[in-house]
Design a protein around this ligand. Sequence first.
Ligand SMILES: O=C(O)CCC(=O)C(=O)O
Ligand SMILES: [Fe+2]
Length: 200
Amino acid sequence: MDQKLQAVIDGLASNGFVVIPQWLDDELRDALRGELLVRREELTRAGIGREGDHQQRLDVRNDNTLWLDGLSLQQQRYLALMDELRLAINRSLFLGLNDYECHFAHYPKGHFYQKHLDAFRGRSNRVVSAVTYLNAWWPAGAGGELALYDSHDQLLGKVDPAPGTLVCFLSEEFPHEVLPAGDDRYSIAGWFRRDAHPLA
Ligand SMILES: O=C(O)CCC(=O)C(=O)O
Ligand SMILES: [Fe+2]
């Protein structure tokens, strides 16, 4: 198996989270960021909560997002890569993931996402969170780190949104937050899901 795929599986299996530098090649990373910038006007303020109790809470998060529609070549390349990862995870870890949903995200300077869980046990079909960073560079000290905590709220570490880096973690296990970004911060945030399908 591809070394990076294997590294994701090993990290998820042993720690429940993993950081893979250079997950995206420069060309794909730049093409995705280029699309986000061209479509900037289409991004909207993100909300929190599920469909029924969806609300905008600018004190909790103030990133702008746009769901991928799979129409451009670069989105198709990205989604193909994530599908390869989904299948590899299923083969090795038997998680039965059947979908990956994701959105572009832009955190302007000073914007953040406070500490949260992406999924609550038994209340969501999100199993593995997977975020990829699209900036061409990220200078040291520019903030915008992803801070990951364990289930006792102890800080596990901070991940720089470095160019092309992928972060994966079990959605129900790890509270996390995006610290205020010191510059425009571009990413794709997504979730591998396990949805119940009625047996045919
Ligand atoms: O951009 C990141 O590093 C994480 C974003 C996040 O936690 C989310 O969108 O749920
Ligand atoms: Fe999150």
